[in-house]
Design a protein around this ligand. Structure first.
Ligand code: PLP
Length: 407
Protein backbone atom coordinates (compact mmCIF):
# COMPACT_ATOMS: atom_id res chain seq x y z
CA UNK A 1 0.00 0.00 0.00
CA UNK A 2 1.15 3.51 -0.73
CA UNK A 3 2.18 5.32 2.47
CA UNK A 4 1.93 9.09 2.76
CA UNK A 5 3.27 10.78 5.87
CA UNK A 6 1.51 14.09 6.52
CA UNK A 7 2.25 14.40 10.22
CA UNK A 8 5.56 16.27 10.38
CA UNK A 9 4.35 18.52 13.21
CA UNK A 10 4.03 15.41 15.38
CA UNK A 11 7.52 14.25 14.46
CA UNK A 12 9.90 14.03 11.50
CA UNK A 13 12.04 11.19 10.20
CA UNK A 14 15.71 11.45 11.19
CA UNK A 15 17.77 12.94 8.36
CA UNK A 16 20.26 10.31 7.06
CA UNK A 17 23.18 12.70 7.64
CA UNK A 18 22.02 13.21 11.23
CA UNK A 19 21.79 9.44 11.76
CA UNK A 20 25.26 9.02 10.28
CA UNK A 21 26.83 11.49 12.74
CA UNK A 22 24.96 9.97 15.67
CA UNK A 23 26.03 6.47 14.72
CA UNK A 24 29.67 7.37 15.20
CA UNK A 25 28.87 8.25 18.80
CA UNK A 26 27.00 5.03 19.44
CA UNK A 27 29.85 2.88 18.21
CA UNK A 28 33.68 2.80 18.03
CA UNK A 29 35.52 4.44 20.90
CA UNK A 30 33.31 7.52 21.02
CA UNK A 31 31.36 6.42 24.06
CA UNK A 32 33.07 8.60 26.64
CA UNK A 33 31.31 10.64 29.29
CA UNK A 34 31.93 14.31 28.43
CA UNK A 35 32.63 15.04 32.11
CA UNK A 36 35.58 12.59 32.15
CA UNK A 37 39.04 14.10 31.87
CA UNK A 38 40.60 11.26 29.87
CA UNK A 39 40.85 10.75 26.11
CA UNK A 40 37.41 9.16 25.73
CA UNK A 41 35.77 11.94 27.70
CA UNK A 42 37.59 14.63 25.75
CA UNK A 43 36.31 13.28 22.41
CA UNK A 44 32.74 13.37 23.69
CA UNK A 45 33.20 16.84 25.22
CA UNK A 46 34.56 18.25 21.99
CA UNK A 47 31.63 16.82 19.99
CA UNK A 48 29.08 18.20 22.47
CA UNK A 49 30.66 21.66 22.30
CA UNK A 50 30.68 21.59 18.50
CA UNK A 51 26.97 20.72 18.57
CA UNK A 52 26.37 23.60 20.97
CA UNK A 53 28.07 25.96 18.51
CA UNK A 54 25.88 24.68 15.68
CA UNK A 55 22.66 25.17 17.65
CA UNK A 56 23.79 28.63 18.78
CA UNK A 57 24.70 29.67 15.24
CA UNK A 58 21.32 28.49 13.94
CA UNK A 59 19.44 30.91 16.23
CA UNK A 60 21.97 33.76 16.41
CA UNK A 61 23.05 33.02 19.99
CA UNK A 62 26.30 32.57 21.86
CA UNK A 63 27.14 28.89 22.55
CA UNK A 64 27.26 29.62 26.30
CA UNK A 65 23.59 30.58 26.12
CA UNK A 66 22.53 27.06 25.03
CA UNK A 67 21.51 24.34 27.50
CA UNK A 68 20.78 20.86 26.21
CA UNK A 69 17.60 19.22 27.48
CA UNK A 70 15.48 16.15 26.79
CA UNK A 71 13.19 18.03 24.37
CA UNK A 72 10.56 20.72 24.04
CA UNK A 73 8.60 19.76 27.14
CA UNK A 74 11.64 19.96 29.37
CA UNK A 75 12.85 23.21 27.80
CA UNK A 76 9.44 24.84 28.39
CA UNK A 77 9.23 23.57 31.98
CA UNK A 78 12.79 24.60 32.74
CA UNK A 79 12.33 28.08 31.27
CA UNK A 80 9.03 28.90 32.98
CA UNK A 81 9.68 27.26 36.34
CA UNK A 82 13.19 28.69 36.52
CA UNK A 83 12.06 32.26 35.77
CA UNK A 84 9.09 32.03 38.13
CA UNK A 85 11.09 30.89 41.14
CA UNK A 86 14.21 32.99 40.49
CA UNK A 87 12.14 36.18 40.20
CA UNK A 88 9.58 35.48 42.89
CA UNK A 89 10.82 38.38 45.01
CA UNK A 90 10.04 40.76 42.11
CA UNK A 91 6.51 39.63 41.35
CA UNK A 92 4.27 36.62 40.80
CA UNK A 93 2.39 37.35 37.59
CA UNK A 94 2.82 35.32 34.38
CA UNK A 95 1.20 36.03 31.00
CA UNK A 96 0.59 33.34 28.40
CA UNK A 97 -1.93 32.52 25.67
CA UNK A 98 -4.85 30.11 25.47
CA UNK A 99 -3.35 28.24 22.51
CA UNK A 100 -0.01 27.21 23.99
CA UNK A 101 1.14 23.61 23.95
CA UNK A 102 0.34 21.74 27.16
CA UNK A 103 4.06 21.81 28.01
CA UNK A 104 3.53 25.54 28.66
CA UNK A 105 -0.14 25.65 29.68
CA UNK A 106 0.10 22.89 32.28
CA UNK A 107 3.34 24.35 33.66
CA UNK A 108 1.80 27.79 34.24
CA UNK A 109 -1.35 26.18 35.61
CA UNK A 110 0.77 24.22 38.11
CA UNK A 111 2.46 27.49 39.13
CA UNK A 112 -1.00 28.98 39.55
CA UNK A 113 -1.49 26.51 42.42
CA UNK A 114 1.80 27.59 43.98
CA UNK A 115 1.07 31.26 44.59
CA UNK A 116 1.59 32.63 41.08
CA UNK A 117 -1.12 34.51 39.19
CA UNK A 118 -1.56 33.55 35.56
CA UNK A 119 -3.24 35.54 32.80
CA UNK A 120 -4.22 33.33 29.86
CA UNK A 121 -4.83 35.65 26.93
CA UNK A 122 -7.57 34.91 24.39
CA UNK A 123 -6.80 34.66 20.67
CA UNK A 124 -8.68 35.80 17.58
CA UNK A 125 -10.42 33.56 15.03
CA UNK A 126 -7.02 32.74 13.48
CA UNK A 127 -5.40 31.75 16.76
CA UNK A 128 -3.43 35.00 16.93
CA UNK A 129 -2.59 36.82 20.16
CA UNK A 130 -3.03 40.59 20.13
CA UNK A 131 0.04 42.63 21.12
CA UNK A 132 -2.30 45.27 22.61
CA UNK A 133 -3.87 42.65 24.84
CA UNK A 134 -0.43 41.54 26.00
CA UNK A 135 0.33 45.18 26.85
CA UNK A 136 -2.95 45.59 28.74
CA UNK A 137 -2.35 42.42 30.76
CA UNK A 138 1.01 43.64 32.12
CA UNK A 139 1.00 44.70 35.78
CA UNK A 140 3.80 45.79 38.10
CA UNK A 141 3.90 42.17 39.31
CA UNK A 142 4.50 40.66 35.85
CA UNK A 143 7.76 38.68 35.74
CA UNK A 144 7.29 36.55 32.62
CA UNK A 145 5.54 36.55 29.26
CA UNK A 146 5.53 33.16 27.51
CA UNK A 147 3.93 33.05 24.06
CA UNK A 148 4.65 30.44 21.40
CA UNK A 149 6.28 31.37 18.07
CA UNK A 150 4.07 29.17 15.88
CA UNK A 151 1.09 27.09 16.86
CA UNK A 152 1.36 23.32 16.49
CA UNK A 153 -2.31 22.70 15.71
CA UNK A 154 -3.16 25.48 13.28
CA UNK A 155 0.26 26.75 12.17
CA UNK A 156 -0.40 30.41 12.98
CA UNK A 157 2.76 32.49 13.44
CA UNK A 158 2.54 34.89 16.40
CA UNK A 159 3.85 38.51 16.44
CA UNK A 160 6.82 37.53 18.60
CA UNK A 161 9.16 40.37 17.57
CA UNK A 162 6.52 42.95 18.55
CA UNK A 163 5.85 41.24 21.88
CA UNK A 164 9.63 41.03 22.39
CA UNK A 165 9.94 44.79 21.90
CA UNK A 166 7.14 45.43 24.37
CA UNK A 167 8.63 43.05 26.95
CA UNK A 168 12.00 44.77 26.66
CA UNK A 169 10.46 48.24 27.10
CA UNK A 170 8.69 47.05 30.24
CA UNK A 171 11.69 45.08 31.56
CA UNK A 172 9.79 41.78 31.57
CA UNK A 173 11.43 38.45 30.78
CA UNK A 174 10.12 36.89 27.56
CA UNK A 175 10.11 33.20 26.64
CA UNK A 176 8.92 31.70 23.38
CA UNK A 177 8.25 28.08 22.53
CA UNK A 178 9.81 27.79 19.06
CA UNK A 179 9.40 24.00 18.87
CA UNK A 180 7.23 24.22 15.74
CA UNK A 181 8.84 27.24 14.08
CA UNK A 182 12.53 26.36 14.28
CA UNK A 183 13.68 24.84 10.99
CA UNK A 184 10.60 26.09 9.14
CA UNK A 185 10.92 29.86 9.41
CA UNK A 186 13.90 32.01 10.46
CA UNK A 187 14.43 32.02 14.22
CA UNK A 188 16.88 34.61 15.51
CA UNK A 189 16.86 35.41 19.21
CA UNK A 190 17.86 39.07 18.75
CA UNK A 191 15.40 39.74 15.95
CA UNK A 192 12.62 38.14 18.01
CA UNK A 193 13.76 39.93 21.18
CA UNK A 194 13.39 36.84 23.36
CA UNK A 195 15.24 36.02 26.58
CA UNK A 196 14.50 32.31 26.51
CA UNK A 197 13.57 30.03 23.61
CA UNK A 198 12.74 26.31 23.42
CA UNK A 199 13.48 23.93 20.54
CA UNK A 200 13.10 20.16 20.09
CA UNK A 201 15.23 17.92 17.84
CA UNK A 202 12.55 15.58 16.51
CA UNK A 203 10.58 18.41 14.89
CA UNK A 204 13.38 19.23 12.42
CA UNK A 205 14.75 15.84 11.29
CA UNK A 206 16.77 15.29 14.46
CA UNK A 207 16.36 12.58 17.08
CA UNK A 208 13.62 12.35 19.72
CA UNK A 209 14.34 12.99 23.38
CA UNK A 210 16.74 15.88 22.89
CA UNK A 211 16.22 19.63 22.70
CA UNK A 212 17.71 22.89 23.81
CA UNK A 213 16.82 25.92 25.86
CA UNK A 214 18.35 29.26 24.91
CA UNK A 215 18.86 31.54 27.93
CA UNK A 216 20.05 35.06 27.13
CA UNK A 217 23.20 36.04 29.05
CA UNK A 218 22.26 38.08 32.12
CA UNK A 219 18.72 36.70 32.41
CA UNK A 220 17.66 36.12 36.02
CA UNK A 221 17.14 32.38 35.66
CA UNK A 222 18.31 29.49 37.82
CA UNK A 223 17.61 25.84 37.33
CA UNK A 224 14.89 24.77 39.74
CA UNK A 225 13.81 21.33 38.54
CA UNK A 226 16.73 18.89 38.74
CA UNK A 227 19.05 18.28 41.64
CA UNK A 228 22.24 16.49 40.69
CA UNK A 229 25.61 17.04 39.09
CA UNK A 230 27.19 20.18 37.67
CA UNK A 231 26.63 19.39 33.99
CA UNK A 232 25.72 22.14 31.51
CA UNK A 233 27.46 24.66 33.78
CA UNK A 234 25.09 23.91 36.64
CA UNK A 235 22.05 24.50 34.48
CA UNK A 236 20.93 20.94 33.76
CA UNK A 237 22.10 18.06 35.93
CA UNK A 238 22.55 14.60 34.41
CA UNK A 239 25.00 12.97 32.01
CA UNK A 240 24.58 14.49 28.57
CA UNK A 241 22.77 12.53 25.86
CA UNK A 242 25.87 12.65 23.64
CA UNK A 243 24.56 10.97 20.44
CA UNK A 244 21.30 12.91 20.78
CA UNK A 245 23.08 16.24 21.22
CA UNK A 246 25.30 15.52 18.23
CA UNK A 247 22.19 14.70 16.18
CA UNK A 248 20.51 17.90 17.37
CA UNK A 249 23.52 19.98 16.32
CA UNK A 250 23.68 18.42 12.87
CA UNK A 251 19.92 18.71 12.37
CA UNK A 252 20.01 22.40 13.36
CA UNK A 253 22.81 23.06 10.90
CA UNK A 254 20.98 21.27 8.08
CA UNK A 255 17.68 22.98 8.92
CA UNK A 256 19.16 26.41 8.35
CA UNK A 257 21.08 25.31 5.25
CA UNK A 258 18.02 23.76 3.58
CA UNK A 259 15.25 26.06 4.77
CA UNK A 260 14.88 28.35 1.76
CA UNK A 261 14.84 25.58 -0.86
CA UNK A 262 12.60 23.29 1.17
CA UNK A 263 10.14 26.05 1.96
CA UNK A 264 9.63 26.93 -1.66
CA UNK A 265 8.67 23.33 -2.37
CA UNK A 266 6.58 22.91 0.81
CA UNK A 267 4.67 26.11 0.32
CA UNK A 268 3.71 25.15 -3.22
CA UNK A 269 2.45 21.74 -2.04
CA UNK A 270 0.63 23.26 0.94
CA UNK A 271 -1.05 25.88 -1.24
CA UNK A 272 -2.22 23.22 -3.67
CA UNK A 273 -3.55 21.15 -0.78
CA UNK A 274 -5.50 24.06 0.69
CA UNK A 275 -6.81 25.17 -2.70
CA UNK A 276 -7.95 21.70 -3.72
CA UNK A 277 -9.55 20.85 -0.37
CA UNK A 278 -11.57 24.07 -0.58
CA UNK A 279 -12.51 23.35 -4.23
CA UNK A 280 -13.48 19.72 -3.81
CA UNK A 281 -15.29 19.68 -0.48
CA UNK A 282 -18.27 21.55 0.84
CA UNK A 283 -18.50 22.64 4.47
CA UNK A 284 -14.77 22.80 5.12
CA UNK A 285 -13.05 25.55 7.09
CA UNK A 286 -9.35 26.28 6.94
CA UNK A 287 -8.19 26.70 10.55
CA UNK A 288 -5.39 29.08 11.49
CA UNK A 289 -4.22 32.17 9.69
CA UNK A 290 -4.62 32.16 5.88
CA UNK A 291 -1.23 33.83 5.30
CA UNK A 292 0.76 34.07 8.54
CA UNK A 293 1.14 30.31 8.87
CA UNK A 294 3.95 27.77 8.75
CA UNK A 295 4.95 26.89 5.18
CA UNK A 296 4.27 23.18 5.63
CA UNK A 297 1.02 23.44 7.57
CA UNK A 298 -2.55 22.88 6.40
CA UNK A 299 -5.36 22.34 8.89
CA UNK A 300 -9.11 22.14 8.46
CA UNK A 301 -12.40 21.42 10.13
CA UNK A 302 -14.70 19.20 8.11
CA UNK A 303 -18.20 19.93 9.32
CA UNK A 304 -20.63 17.05 9.95
CA UNK A 305 -17.74 14.59 10.35
CA UNK A 306 -16.05 13.15 13.40
CA UNK A 307 -12.29 13.73 13.10
CA UNK A 308 -11.20 10.43 14.61
CA UNK A 309 -13.17 8.44 12.00
CA UNK A 310 -11.59 10.55 9.27
CA UNK A 311 -8.09 9.79 10.60
CA UNK A 312 -8.75 6.07 10.95
CA UNK A 313 -10.18 5.89 7.42
CA UNK A 314 -7.17 7.77 6.05
CA UNK A 315 -4.82 5.47 7.95
CA UNK A 316 -6.49 2.48 6.29
CA UNK A 317 -5.59 4.06 2.96
CA UNK A 318 -1.99 4.63 4.07
CA UNK A 319 -2.24 8.35 4.86
CA UNK A 320 -0.88 9.48 8.24
CA UNK A 321 -2.47 12.69 9.49
CA UNK A 322 -3.58 13.95 12.86
CA UNK A 323 -6.50 15.75 14.39
CA UNK A 324 -4.52 18.29 16.38
CA UNK A 325 -1.44 17.89 18.50
CA UNK A 326 -0.16 14.34 18.82
CA UNK A 327 -0.71 14.53 22.54
CA UNK A 328 -4.40 15.37 22.38
CA UNK A 329 -5.37 13.21 19.44
CA UNK A 330 -6.74 10.05 20.96
CA UNK A 331 -8.72 12.09 23.47
CA UNK A 332 -12.37 12.82 22.75
CA UNK A 333 -12.15 16.37 24.06
CA UNK A 334 -12.12 18.89 21.23
CA UNK A 335 -8.85 20.78 20.92
CA UNK A 336 -8.35 23.67 23.36
CA UNK A 337 -6.76 25.61 20.51
CA UNK A 338 -9.78 25.38 18.22
CA UNK A 339 -12.16 26.18 21.07
CA UNK A 340 -10.07 29.24 22.00
CA UNK A 341 -10.40 30.39 18.36
CA UNK A 342 -14.18 30.39 18.80
CA UNK A 343 -14.82 27.26 16.73
CA UNK A 344 -17.91 25.47 18.11
CA UNK A 345 -17.10 22.11 19.75
CA UNK A 346 -19.17 20.23 17.18
CA UNK A 347 -17.09 21.68 14.37
CA UNK A 348 -13.81 21.28 16.28
CA UNK A 349 -14.52 17.53 16.46
CA UNK A 350 -14.04 17.41 12.68
CA UNK A 351 -10.49 18.79 12.71
CA UNK A 352 -7.64 17.43 10.66
CA UNK A 353 -4.02 18.57 10.48
CA UNK A 354 -1.85 17.83 7.45
CA UNK A 355 1.78 18.80 7.94
CA UNK A 356 4.16 18.28 5.06
CA UNK A 357 7.85 17.45 5.03
CA UNK A 358 10.89 17.46 2.77
CA UNK A 359 10.16 14.04 1.25
CA UNK A 360 6.54 14.72 0.29
CA UNK A 361 5.64 15.10 -3.37
CA UNK A 362 2.80 16.42 -5.48
CA UNK A 363 1.72 12.79 -6.01
CA UNK A 364 1.25 12.50 -2.23
CA UNK A 365 -1.11 15.48 -2.30
CA UNK A 366 -3.00 14.01 -5.27
CA UNK A 367 -3.26 10.63 -3.54
CA UNK A 368 -4.62 12.25 -0.38
CA UNK A 369 -7.27 14.15 -2.36
CA UNK A 370 -8.23 11.03 -4.25
CA UNK A 371 -8.75 8.87 -1.15
CA UNK A 372 -10.33 11.67 0.87
CA UNK A 373 -13.31 12.18 -1.44
CA UNK A 374 -15.02 8.81 -0.80
CA UNK A 375 -14.08 8.98 2.90
CA UNK A 376 -15.84 12.32 3.35
CA UNK A 377 -18.84 11.13 1.39
CA UNK A 378 -19.18 7.93 3.41
CA UNK A 379 -18.67 9.56 6.81
CA UNK A 380 -21.11 12.35 6.05
CA UNK A 381 -23.73 9.87 4.93
CA UNK A 382 -23.36 8.14 8.32
CA UNK A 383 -23.31 11.31 10.40
CA UNK A 384 -26.38 12.27 12.45
CA UNK A 385 -25.47 15.89 11.71
CA UNK A 386 -25.95 17.30 8.26
CA UNK A 387 -26.91 20.39 6.38
CA UNK A 388 -30.35 18.83 5.79
CA UNK A 389 -31.12 18.36 9.48
CA UNK A 390 -31.12 22.12 9.70
CA UNK A 391 -28.74 22.02 12.59
CA UNK A 392 -26.80 25.25 12.85
CA UNK A 393 -23.31 24.32 13.94
CA UNK A 394 -22.37 27.90 14.65
CA UNK A 395 -25.13 28.11 17.24
CA UNK A 396 -24.10 24.94 19.08
CA UNK A 397 -24.26 25.65 22.78
CA UNK A 398 -21.08 23.75 23.45
CA UNK A 399 -22.59 21.22 25.84
CA UNK A 400 -19.86 18.75 24.78
CA UNK A 401 -22.15 15.77 25.46
CA UNK A 402 -21.23 14.03 22.22
CA UNK A 403 -21.19 14.57 18.52
CA UNK A 404 -24.83 13.48 18.37
CA UNK A 405 -25.88 16.49 20.44
CA UNK A 406 -28.74 18.39 18.83
CA UNK A 407 -29.41 20.89 21.58
N1 PLP B 1 5.80 22.73 22.21
C1 PLP B 1 5.18 22.59 21.03
C2 PLP B 1 4.64 23.79 20.32
C3 PLP B 1 5.04 21.32 20.46
O1 PLP B 1 4.42 21.19 19.29
C4 PLP B 1 5.58 20.21 21.16
C5 PLP B 1 5.41 18.84 20.62
O2 PLP B 1 4.50 18.55 19.88
C6 PLP B 1 6.23 20.43 22.39
C7 PLP B 1 6.33 21.70 22.88
C8 PLP B 1 6.82 19.29 23.16
O3 PLP B 1 8.04 18.89 22.59
P1 PLP B 1 8.67 17.45 22.91
O4 PLP B 1 7.86 16.45 22.16
O5 PLP B 1 10.07 17.53 22.41
O6 PLP B 1 8.62 17.28 24.39
Amino acid sequence: MRRVYFDHSATTPVHPRVAEEMYRFLTDSNYGNPTSLHYFGRIARQAVEEAREKVARAIGADPREIVFTSGGTESDNMAIHGIAYTNRNRGNHIITSAVEHHAVLNTVKALGKQGFTVTILPVDQYGMVSVDEVAEAITDKTILITIMHANNEVGTIMPIAEIGKLAKEKGIIFHTDAVQSFGKIPVNVDELGVDLLSISGHKFYGPKGVGALYIRKGTRWKQTLFHGGAQERLRRAGTENVPGIIGLGKAAELAVENMAAENEMLQALRDKLIREVKNRFKHVRLTGHPVLRLPNHASFCFEYIEGESMLLSLDMKGVAASSGSACTSGSLEPSHVLLAMGIPPEVAHGSIRLTLGKDNTEEDVDYFLEVMEPIVERLRSMSPLSEETGYDLDRCNGCRISHTCRA
